[in-house]
Design a protein around this ligand. Structure first.
Ligand SMILES: [Zn+2]
Length: 69
């Protein structure tokens, strides 16, 4: 994750506490896990497809939930 992405997430987190509550960061502030809106589980970024509409470029639901729609 590059500096630009980190700053984007920081700025967005201030405006949207909900966004922050659905994400886990490592000690350097890099995004490591995201909570899926489908199964409510925290999963690593690899478990999600890309979605450019979302703020950090990943889907709000994990691949598993997307498939079982
Ligand atoms: Zn899920």
């Amino acid at each position: 994750m590059n500096e630009e992405d980190k700053n984007k997430i920081k700025a967005y987190s201030k405006q949207t506490p909900l966004y922050l509550s659905r994400r886990k960061f490592d000690s350097e502030g890099a995004l490591v896990e995201v909570q899926c809106l489908g199964c409510k589980k925290f999963k690593p970024l690899e478990a999600y497809s890309k979605n450019k509409i979302q703020i950090d470029g990943i889907e709000i639901k994990c691949k598993q939930c997307k498939q079982s729609k």
